[in-house]
Design a protein around this ligand. Structure first.
Ligand SMILES: [Zn+2]
Length: 223
């Protein structure tokens, strides 16, 4: 949890803005406006109805295509660059001791951003969704949800999926398969061990810098 002292861009008061952690999504917690001014903005905007809304759409994209895109994006990364990963919440299957893999990957060219989730014991059953924009008046899906300010991409054009050989398809899928642990005991399901937490970070990208530095002590060499 991170708190910062900032100055309100409207009334110039100094206030504390919560940049992360539980409570940071409160509507009046804003980095530019103090809670009082932010409330005034919220009240004023409440009179204007929303025109578009974000929605998700499930699409039939084969899992090997998503794994292929992930490999491609990895290869494009600048090894000296700053690498960041988006964090997604995932489900845990207490009966089988397995956690879901949830992630996102960018498509090629004008094709969009894909969101996916699957159970590691069956990567071939992956579910892929797109974030789409809906006209709230007609309830019609009109395009991808994104920062397309010029609105050049209208409608949904599904990506062109490259042909994968059977060998390549198997490689991509098997690379991501993690069989269920035969020794998992569902009776112990209420013990969420450190090991499980570490596992979770490995599979789903749930990795917090806060937690990484939790137990580290700074050695000041003081006697
Ligand atoms: Zn203010």
């Amino acid at each position: 949890m991170r708190h910062c002292t900032v100055r309100c861009q409207h009334c110039d008061i100094n206030y504390s803005y919560q940049a992360s952690g539980e409570g940071c999504h409160e509507p009046t917690n804003d980095k530019d406006y103090c809670p009082e001014c932010k409330q005034a903005i919220i009240d004023a905007l409440a009179k204007i109805p929303k025109k578009f809304g974000k929605s998700t759409m499930k699409i039939g994209v084969p899992p090997e295509y998503i794994f292929h895109l992930k490999e491609k994006r990895e290869a494009e990364k600048d090894p000296k660059g700053l690498h960041m990963k988006r964090v997604f919440a995932c489900l845990y299957d207490w009966e089988n001791g397995e956690h879901e893999v949830v992630g996102d990957v960018n498509g090629d060219g004008n094709t969009p951003h894909f969101f996916y989730h699957y159970w590691p014991s069956e990567p071939e059953e992956m579910s892929v969704t797109l974030e789409v924009e809906k006209d709230l008046k007609t309830n019609e899906v009109i395009g991808y949800w994104g920062n397309d300010v010029n609105q050049q991409i209208r409608g949904i054009t599904l990506p062109e999926i490259p042909e994968f050989s059977e060998e390549e398809r198997t490689r991509l899928i098997e690379l991501h398969r993690v069989p269920l642990d035969p020794n998992y005991d569902p009776e112990k399901k209420n013990t969420f061990t450190t090991e499980m937490r570490d596992d979770l970070s490995k599979f789903s990208g749930l990795y917090y810098l806060d937690y990484k530095y939790d137990d580290k002590k700074i050695d000041t060499n003081d006697e």
